[in-house]
Design a protein around this ligand. Sequence first.
Ligand code: JCQ
Length: 223
Amino acid sequence: MKVSVITIFPDFFPGPLGISIVARAIEQDALSVECIDPRAFTDDLHRTVDDAPFGGGAGMVMKIEPIADALDAAGPGRRVMFTPAGAPLSQEHLDRWAGEAHLVLLCGRYEGIDQRVADHLIDEEVSLGDFVLAGGEVAALAVIEGVARLLPGVLGNPSSIEHESFRDGLLEEPQYTRPAEFRGWRVPDVLLSGNHAAVDEWRHEERVRRTRERRPDLLGDSS
Ligand code: JCQ
């Protein structure tokens, strides 16, 4: 899979892309990542990528021409843009995008991007959550990492892909390892019992209890 990131801050990427699973995916040629800088498509002395909003108001808006040119340079692919106004990013998005040959990720900055970009040039707008970042670069890195681990051959143990959070719409159970006691904090006895049926039942109960407590929305009960 190829990922093209449209960003005015390409320096964001080499560090994180050089670590752990993403680095391995790139090393294995399961993944390639390129950055395309909209500034490369400006022709004025100051390489201007933003301008004041029509109608007035504070802040600056990213201009459409350098972004349209950068998207053209990326070529055909699934075009995703990050914005707090997007649909909440979910595992379903990542599962779907992991099946694409080419993903194009557009990172906004300033107060936003000229609306004609989203209206005419972008397939999907997604948000990492109800908070505001300075730009979409951190969201692009989140998507690259989330997708990289789904690509064939990238994770050592593929069964761990199904065996994780959001399996059956429930949160995962808590995990423990040695020592069985630390500063008086004991691991639940059932996990040391050797009774696999009891362990399985405890894990399921913990998943339901945690989900009810932390994410009632996942149970379809918003209380
Ligand atoms: C993504 N949650 C928050 C910042 C402008 C499209 O225009 C802009 C995009 C951003 C980056 O996205 C976020 C975000 N999910 O802030 C400013």
